[in-house]
Write a protein that binds this ligand. Sequence first.
Ligand SMILES: *Cc1c(COP(=O)(O)O)cnc(C)c1O
Length: 455
Amino acid sequence: MTEIPYKIYLSEKELPTTWYNLKAVMKEKPAAMLHPGTLQPCTADDLKQIFCEDLVKQELNTTDRFIEIPEGIRDFYRMYRPSPLVRAYCLEKVLDTPAKIYYKFEGTNTSGSHKLNSAAAQVYYAKKQGITHLTTETGAGQWGTALSMACAYYQVDLTVYMVKISAQQKPYRKSVMETYGAKVIPSPSDTTNVGRKILAENPNTGGSLGCAISEAIEKAICTENCRYVLGSVLDHVILHQTIIGQETKAALEKYDIQPDVIIGCVGGGSNFGGLIAPFMGDKIEGKNNIEFIGVEPASCPSLTRGRYAYDFGDTGRTTPLLKMYTLGSGFIPSPNHAGGLRYHGMSPIVSKLYHDGYIKAMSAEQTKVFEAATLFARSEGTLPAPESSHALYGAIQEALKCKETGEEKTILFGLTGTGYFDLTAYESYNNGTMTDFIPTDEDLEKGFASLPVVE
Ligand SMILES: *Cc1c(COP(=O)(O)O)cnc(C)c1O
């Protein structure tokens, strides 16, 4: 048998030329996005007022399995892709497991996460359409950083509404974005009506992702030649992230490796959806029997405890309605949760697959997640992002099960990023002040009460 190397690299020539549109393969499609005013399915024209034309086409495409990656995006990808697929030999040894563990590592670029894969695509299409200015929100800062890098490369102006408390806690994230030329505004701010309204009601608020989204959308609508872009959840974002799954599949095939389990962390669902897409396509067509597991924080459990319902994407209730697993747009995540993955909703594609039984989900408490992260850092060397460490936690659980049963399963997980900007969270774990928060059913009811009545 061929020896499997520590890292399986694809060459630049092997960079995938297409994204994988899983919706074309799904037997039942996710439910249509609804216009928040009319409650009718959104048309391309509705969506074009907020999003770029090519992205709207991708969002609504349910027929083409492969969508070509334009050369102008592949040029950008070549700066940091293909990303490595790593055999976690050192972790296997520490766990003393017969399982074989692999991870696809998306943290090798400066922004530190997979988000750059969609940022590059979204800015490319905006530029192509002649858009000169983009707005977005960022919470933990990874998306804002990724978009700043892409906007610098394609020369498009960018305004980032950064959740105020994050801007204060992560000043270096702000510095990175500014270095790439973005304008960073702590949210809520006095630059939008919605921001001024929130500040008038609650001058000392630290802000929230939902509120920053509302500000970024308002700013985009009020600025000429400007569009709003989003870093997760939507179908076109999942599509761009399938570069991860396409590369992983090609790398595994080089050594004839068949995964038994694929695990990803789920916030809005983009990295998980992108990693599993081509494998899931095969599963739907009866070509494999892989088990897929999404891992979410116990403090924000949209899949494991949410409702499958139409909901808004933002607190300001301005976005189209998405059918998804959600805790309600009024759900307020626990302030003591250190990592990302705090979004109330979930990708409609991932939601539909979960609803139809194609994927499983589990939740993890944050001290357990940091325990896994520390074990990984000390064995494999890489300092993982807290978000990514949810997937890592799931993979370790699977590997420990194999230790008990003696099964030699092949486990693959997505390591979405590095933890360099999350050292405040690591510090609180290290000094024992990190706590766990699990919302009660009563807490969740408050969020569900905010769900719009659609049917
Ligand atoms: C944003 C982020 C996530 C979660 O987002 P998804 O859309 O669920 O992939 C996970 N890991 C890292 C490092 C992130 O920055």
